[in-house]
Design a protein around this ligand. Sequence first.
Ligand SMILES: Nc1ncnc2c1ncn2[C@@H]1O[C@H](COP(=O)(O)OP(=O)(O)OP(=O)(O)O)[C@@H](O)[C@H]1O
Ligand code: SF4
Ligand SMILES: [Mg+2]
Length: 325
Amino acid sequence: MSPLLTVEDLAVEFRTEDGVARALDGVSFTVEAGETVAIVGESGSGKSVTALTVLGLLRRPPARIVRGSVRFRDRELLRLSRDELRKIRGKDAAMVFQDPMTALNPVQRVGKQIAEAIRLHSAVSRQQAMARAVDLLGLVGMAQPGTRARQYPHEFSGGMRQRAMIAMAIANDPALLIADEPTTALDVTIQAQVLSLLRTAKQETGAATVLITHDLGVVAEMAERVLVMYAGRIVEQADVRSLFASPRHPYTAGLLASIPRLDVESQTLTPIPGSPPSLLAPPPGCPFAPRCALRQGRAECVSERPALREVDGHATACHFAELAE
Ligand SMILES: Nc1ncnc2c1ncn2[C@@H]1O[C@H](COP(=O)(O)OP(=O)(O)OP(=O)(O)O)[C@@H](O)[C@H]1O
Ligand code: SF4
Ligand SMILES: [Mg+2]
């Protein structure tokens, strides 16, 4: 069977005052039905642009899709009309955002919004849809869901809005759920609750989940496979255990070294020195070269862009991946 989602050689640019920024430069990956894939990488690496492009939510302009393909259940999404995409979004594929107000309408009662999302995609009566909306609010852990359904988003706390948005996202039993930093804006206890809720949502719907996060702890806990992005490209891809145990790209190794390890007494953070390259005029060699501890003056690193290749079951874009640790 072919994967649920196949993204191939996706390239996206933004026209800015300073020039054209290559936000995505040849991103390829697949998501199988039911699996959880995490996308990690520093700010600006292209995680959100990837998610928005896949679901047809990228604003064009300022963005432009230069090349590539996004196949979802054997349909090419990049060629669909707005209306066709809208039909897929919210039914077969749904998105959970960092800011729930991106998805919630501030002037409509929460229950009604969820009920309408249901009625948009299935032929049920108003009452049936509302009953399902209340059920969903209960499922996402709200006490007195019937009362909550009659309230407006501003009457909810941040964590509750996040729950409401997840309820809406799973209302039509999607096959694919993309969650972009779903917990970043929340405090730590609520983060844990929302994550466990995402897990419940996944069990309930069996949806494949793409989880975008800065938090490698979350990745370790939730994901089966990890994509590491750097400067608009995937630089490493592996299953979660193998990635944590033996990263095959120096950037991944640096990310892992920057988190406090639970199994080691020292809690010192060692963030990777330097910052990501400009996307306006990418240098010819490896985009990570100026920050790479492994490079050690090797000429190949600045002359030739490393392509993704397989090393020890990982896909890695490093000329010297065999030496990475
Ligand atoms: N509206 C925009 N206009 C111009 N450039 C943009 C716009 N949105 C994104 N970009 C460019 O695309 C790049 C990738 O952005 P993206 O939002 O995908 O990063 P990200 O990995 O999601 O970062 P973060 O972790 O901060 O959310 C950015 O570095 C930026 O240069
Ligand atoms: S190709 Fe060279 S600069 Fe790039 S990550 Fe590998 S060793 Fe570092
Ligand atoms: Mg983002």
